[in-house]
Design a binder for this molecule. Structure first.
Ligand SMILES: *[C@@H]1O[C@H](CO)[C@@H](O)[C@H](O)[C@H]1NC(C)=O
Length: 204
C-alpha cells in the first residue's frame, strides 16, 4: 500500500512510542497546500474560531494516528473536506446561512445529532443536551479536529472506505455522496485533487 507523505516516518515512530506527534515543517506545508487560506487568521470574521495550518497540523496527525488513517486517499479526503467545510479552518461552528444552525460544527461541520453521538462516545463527561452548549463542550475538550476521523470510521461503509483507500476520484466522490450525504460538486472534486497531490498521490 502506498503510504502518505503527510504522516512521516518520524511521526509514526513518535506515535508508536506514545510520544505526542509534533507537526514538522513538511506536514504543515502539506496542510497549507490543501487549505491555502490557513496561512493566517488576521482579519477574519470569526477570529476566535480560526486556526492556522500551524495550529491544525499536529491535531490532524494525532487524530489520524488514533483512528489508524494512514493512506493518502483517506487523509487527503478528510483534510480536504474539513478545509472545504470551514473556509480553510476559519470557523468551527455553522454560521451559514445566518444565523447558522445551533450545535452544527467541529471542523467537518457535523450535524448536531452526530456531534451528540461523537460526544457520547468520546467525551462522556459532557452531560448537556442543549445542542449549542454540547458543541461548545466538545470544542473545549479538544474534539473539533478528531470529529472527521470519528465520523469516517463510524459512519462510512466498507465500500466507501475501500474507495477512499484506493485514492481514486471516484472513491472520493462516493465518500461525499454515500457517506457525507451531499453533492460531489466540481469544487469539492477539484479541491480534493489538489489535496491528493499534496499528500503524494500522483495521478489524480
Ligand atoms: C477550493 O475551491 C475554491 C473555489 O473554487 C478555491 O477558491 C480554493 O482555492 C480551492 N482550494 C484548493 C486547495 O484548491
Amino acid at each position: 500500500m502506498k503510504t502518505s507523505t503527510f504522516i512521516t516516518a518520524s511521526l509514526m515512530l513518535a506515535a508508536a512510542s506514545a510520544i505526542p506527534a509534533v507537526a514538522d515543517a513538511n506536514s504543515v506545508s502539506i496542510v497549507q497546500k490543501i487549505a491555502p487560506k490557513s496561512n493566517a487568521c488576521a482579519g477574519g470574521e470569526f477570529p476566535d474560531e480560526c486556526a492556522t495550518a500551524d495550529q491544525a497540523t499536529s491535531a490532524l496527525i494525532q487524530s489520524f494516528i488514533e483512528y489508524n488513517i494512514v493512506t493518502p486517499g483517506e487523509q487527503s479526503a478528510l483534510i480536504s473536506l474539513m478545509a472545504f467545510e470551514t473556509g480553510d479552518f476559519k470557523y468551527v461552528r455553522n454560521h451559514y446561512p445566518a444565523p447558522g444552525r445551533p450545535g452544527q460544527g467541529c471542523r467537518n461541520m457535523m450535524m448536531p445529532e452526530f456531534v451528540a453521538e461523537y460526544a457520547k462516545a468520546k467525551y462522556p463527561s459532557i452531560t448537556t443536551t442543549d445542542p449549542g452548549a454540547l458543541l461548545n463542550e466538545v470544542i473545549k475538550q479538544g474534539g473539533e479536529w478528531g470529529a472527521a476521523s470519528w465520523f469516517y470510521t463510524t459512519k462510512c461503509s466498507d465500500a466507501v472506505k475501500q474507495g477512499l483507500k484506493s485514492g481514486s476520484k471516484a472513491g472520493f466522490s462516493a465518500f461525499i455522496t454515500d457517506c457525507v450525504g451531499t453533492t460531489a460538486t466540481d469544487e469539492r472534486l477539484n479541491n480534493w485533487s489538489v489535496a491528493a497531490k499534496a499528500v503524494g498521490l500522483a495521478s489524480v
